[in-house]
Design a protein around this ligand. Sequence first.
Ligand SMILES: Cc1ncc(COP(=O)(O)O)c(C=O)c1O
Length: 365
Amino acid sequence: MQQINNLSARITRHQAQIKASIDRVIASGWLVLGPEVKQFEQSFAAYLGASHCVSLANGTDAIELALKAMEVGSGDSVATVANAGMYTTTALLAIGAKPYFIDVDLDTRGATLAEVARSVEAGVKAVVVTHLYGLAIPEIALIAEYCVQKGIPLLEDCAQAHGAQVNGKRVGTFGDAASFSFYPTKNLGALGDGGAVVTNNPKLAEKVGLLRQYGWTAKYKVEVAGARNSRLDEMQAAILSEFLPHLDEANTRRREIATRYSTLIRHPNVVLPQAGSAEYVAHLYVVRSQQRDALREHLLTQKIASDIHYPIPDYRQPVFGERFADTCLQNTERLANEILTLPCYPEMTDAEVDHVIAAINGWQA
Ligand SMILES: Cc1ncc(COP(=O)(O)O)c(C=O)c1O
């Protein structure tokens, strides 16, 4: 069976380095928020071209704590797309904020300046945009400039886009702050949960640093309200430091696979994403088809797994009941019905990629 991802292959490839980093941490006896965490934070900030990185327990916490640091709180309305797996919305609900759902572009599957402007006109307190599937939002610089003009904080969710660039600038450095996830399947993934807030604003970084550890300004002295515990542990930080130098090479391989798909898949009922540019680090390779379910069935008969990222727009999630019954975003709805994710990960061989291509090209829709 061709899986959608293969983490064991990645672990096997880096096994010696992983074991060495775990041994180093065990020998040090320092397990949480120690030198490995500090080292990784510095390296990751430097890689992105940002001044601060504050590591956390996961990417959802990163969204939540970044927004809290931006003074977003109970009752505030925040713009977010509804096609990105409910993560931002979950963070908003956790701080009592209200999601203001904006539509996405059909081709880039990301937010647009026009939709961000619509939300700002409607009075949102902050904007979150998601660089989905590893593709940098093409208008991110314009969106950032617009938000600065309007005095509205902008958070970039980069959980799927480590290393993607627009005009030589990495995503995560356009807005006031950025959230990252290091969940194992991410382009930069730990062997467990992890996340970070990245920013060029020292005040935001300091605030997130306090929020992640009980609001302590000194040991056992709580000065900041609304804080909690959300820390990256030393083992994950050490492992991430081992993986970080391989990120660009892994992204290059992902991009190669995506380009091979986009060049060689030819089917009248399958719409392909553009691939090959520095903007796209191919976290997920997502096609569209009006007969998506039939395509998925066909791939299964060829022993190829696929997935749907994501099948339910946030505003249709059962948790909301009728709350967003009047919300209906045209492109978001259409994408939820048509998208299908194909296997795409750095360890995939050309023969495996070609098997997927042949299976789609041979599909009798
Ligand atoms: C776009 C996006 N945002 C946020 C998250 C949340 O990250 P985590 O699972 O580390 O909480 C994820 C992934 O899981 C994601 O894909």
